[in-house]
Design a protein. Sequence first.
Length: 610
Amino acid sequence: MDACTLTLYQRNIFRVTGLPVDSTVKDVAKHAQKLQMLAEMTRTQKAQESAFALAKPPNSEQIRDALTRMKEPELRLIDEFFWYWPEKFGASKEDEAVQFALSGDGDRAINVWIKREDEGSVVAMHNLAIIYHMYGVEWTNYQVTADLEPGRSEKIQEYWNYSLSRWEKLAESDELWDILKQRVRSLDDEALTLGFVRRMRKILPQALDRINAEAALKFGELGWMDWARLHVDYMHQTHQGEDDVESTCELVLSPTRKRVEQQLSAAREEAERKPEAGAKLATEIMGRCKPLMGIYDVFYDKDAHQRNELFDEVAETVNRLQVVYHKKTDDHEMCILLLKQALSFATQPQLRNQIARNISTLEGNRIIPLYKILKSIGDSAVLAAGKFIQIKTKILPLLPGLATEVGINSDVYTNFSDSVAIVLRSISIDAHNKSKDFETSDAAIKLAMRLAFDGELKKRIEEDIRALEDSKKDALCHFCGLRPGEDACVSELAMYGDVSRSYNKVHYRTLSISVPRCRTCKEKQGSASSLGCGLWVASAIIGALIGAAMTKDGGFVGGFVGLLVGFAIFAISKHQGDSAGPNGGPGNYPAVKKMLAQGWKIGNSPGKYG
């Protein structure tokens, strides 16, 4: 597990030295000494001639590390395992493919191994797995530092597919592990046991997963999530049941997790010393941890405890930082912003509820000044029309910003909007009842309806709207139907009903119905009545003059006839004046028509015999 990292092939003893795996310790030491002398010389070194050598000649540190590993039997065996073998250990000089590789002809070596693999050689399969795996690892290391040429991405995936498909077979191949056991016996080193080979075989699938996990982490840190997922998919698709992907992910992500935990702890300590820095610390933490969420989402399911525990700790820390910051600065807006960002990290329901309550509390505190403005408008002594203007100028402009900040469906916004609607309803009622200002009353109640969220409040407002419509109809001048009626211009219409007669006595009831009338219609009707009276008097005078001219006593008769004609003219003129307009005379007023339908009649009394 320690060896299987992205540096697996960069540290390999036999790749560094360019020697075959069955070289003796003495051969390796002698050759390493020669390489070290070359590395320490000032002149430029020549690259090794072997086919799969390092891109750059090994430096002194790499050589010393190779010598150290060679002295550790288990490390030497691991490096032998992860490099190409001869068909028979101890016979590298006679192995055609090995000699091709040592001379720098890697393609011919690979062709030989492909042929031998087809013939059933497990050693050839092992060597191809190693070479393709090395290519995949090396190109991945290059990929995270430089741009790839076109078509190279597909080739890299081929290397991984070629190697991992072989590793799956090799991990279960008894023949391969028997060869390795025989190699241990031939080395005859007390520090190297067959038990170590058994442990190698058991851990190999997970060790190979670790390399892909490291690659996934590298790509995830760069934001290349497609490549990161590809390597995690390799982990899940290979050696199923033989590896432990979850523990491998924990192993690879452990340094990242510890780093985040240390940063969280340091931020909490810093905030205790400098509360005013809480917002800055929280912002920095979330900025560093946000990309990690994408990485963890590649490695784990959304509900995995390894993922959620870490990011819940991030959210809890941000929540704590905003508490100390708010106590110091009383900065509602920044705290609300931080807490809303923290919610994207939190997964535990209890923690999410706690953060949500803190947001609601802060938003409620911030909205208190708005409630004070609203209350001052509602309590002011100005007329309803003036209050309505204040609502439009002082409250309405604030609502869009509030909706954006707290959310239009949040309790903070809906409660305040309902409060504004309640004040508008009160303004509408006052405008109607106290000043007969139907325009203000109508505008205020309709605005209240648009702002109301509460269901019961909406029902009351709907009832108010219907009542106002009915009241507006009743309050309009009956005669023209256009202008509001005025109290000083009401037309009183006398009616009688429930008439009964007995012993020359008449019993009845009377009532007076107020028909709303505007000043214009009153003046028109008054003009018609005056004209009728004038014509009445003129008719009587003209009749008397005509009668007197005709006979000696005809003046009286003519005057009487003229009086009758004049009265008829007056009645017609008055009726026409009263009936002018779309709704006709007072007899068409709804309240009057209702009484007429019940048998009542227009007039002061039924008369003695009527």
